[in-house]
Design a protein. Structure first.
Length: 184
């Protein structure tokens, strides 16, 4: 006999194992206990390791950004990237400034809460990348008005430009897959 008295009624909500936000039980993944957003985030990280292991490492993934403004977010992400890549403080400051102010060298694409920031810099020998997530979202002045929640930051040498395009294409594909998973 199964005791029914301590069972949750079917309508009760359960917290996601990762972010703790209450979800209807039907939307939590049965195996991982993750909400759709956290499951997609986990998948994005795995895809990153799989498709570009030379670019990404544990240190350049920030699962829970503390930043509340776009400027803070960029600093926080580049800082974690710099730590991982052994980048000098001076170079990481230069990259933050370029991402913020240099529209010649840097580009930002934001769509559906996903932001891809890309900058080229001659002092960078190898391409570097970082992915980050903000639980609450950060206003990046997106045309669709959605705060950005997932970020991919790419820093690459200006040459060769083809490598550059390959990187942004990979990042865009990963973000598209993520966006498909989280679309409601
Ligand atoms: Zn969650």
């Amino acid at each position: 006999m199964i005791a029914t008295s301590d069972r949750q009624p079917p309508s009760a909500s359960c917290p996601c194992r990762e972010c703790g936000q209450d979800q209807p039980p039907s939307s939590l993944d049965a195996y991982s206990g993750l909400c759709p957003n956290c499951a997609a985030w986990e998948e994005l990280q795995q895809a990153v390791y799989h498709h570009a292991p030379h670019l990404w490492s544990a240190g350049s993934i920030v699962s829970d950004l503390e930043a509340t403004t776009s400027q803070q977010a960029i600093s926080e992400i580049v800082e974690s990237m710099a730590l991982e890549a052994g980048m000098s403080e001076q170079l990481s400051e230069t990259i933050v400034k370029a991402l913020l102010f240099d529209q010649e060298a840097a580009s930002t694409a934001i769509d559906h809460g996903l932001a891809m920031l890309h900058v080229t810099h001659p002092s960078v020998a190898e391409p570097l990348a970082s992915v980050a997530r903000s639980q609450f979202g950060i206003d990046f002045g997106s045309p669709d008005g959605h705060p950005a929640k997932v970020f991919v930051v790419l820093v690459s040498p200006p040459q060769p430009p083809a490598e550059h395009l390959r990187l942004t294409a990979t990042a865009a594909r990963l973000l598209r897959n993520y966006s498909r998973r989280t679309a409601t």
